[in-house]
Design a protein around this ligand. Structure first.
Ligand code: FES
Length: 116
């Protein structure tokens, strides 16, 4: 039997995780690329647009997601779409297109081969 998301009790329609990992070793990390600012901006947009909460959108911090070479990264579930953003305008596009309307922002998708 196949469960639908509703039957499994999906609490949020979409969940976005931002890697905020910082490394003191000099190795690449998302925190070097304004990840905290992007997270804060996303959180603010989702809240002010009334998208936050049960049945809607949740914005969460994450540690290293092991795709540092593509950083800064965030990932949206349940679609499991990975994004590499550059600036706040990119974050705004992810919110407006994907989080609000369910339309993936193809131009920001993290290349599949980029891992750690
Ligand atoms: S430091 Fe962000 S994915 Fe590893």
């Amino acid at each position: 039997m196949t469960d639908t998301p509703g039957q499994r009790g999906s609490y949020y329609e979409r969940h976005i995780f931002f890697c905020l990992n910082h490394r003191d070793t000099g190795e690449a990390s998302c925190a070097q690329h304004q990840a905290q600012e992007a997270f804060d901006h996303c959180k603010r947009l989702v809240k002010t647009q009334g998208l936050a909460g049960p049945g809607q959108v949740r914005v969460n911090k994450a540690g290293c997601l092991d795709r540092c070479a593509g950083g800064p990264v965030c990932v949206v579930y349940p679609e499991a779409v990975w994004y590499t953003y550059v600036d706040q305008a990119d974050v705004e596009e992810i919110v407006e297109s994907h989080l609000k309307h369910g339309v993936v922002v193809e131009r920001l998708i993290t290349p599949a081969h980029l891992g750690r």
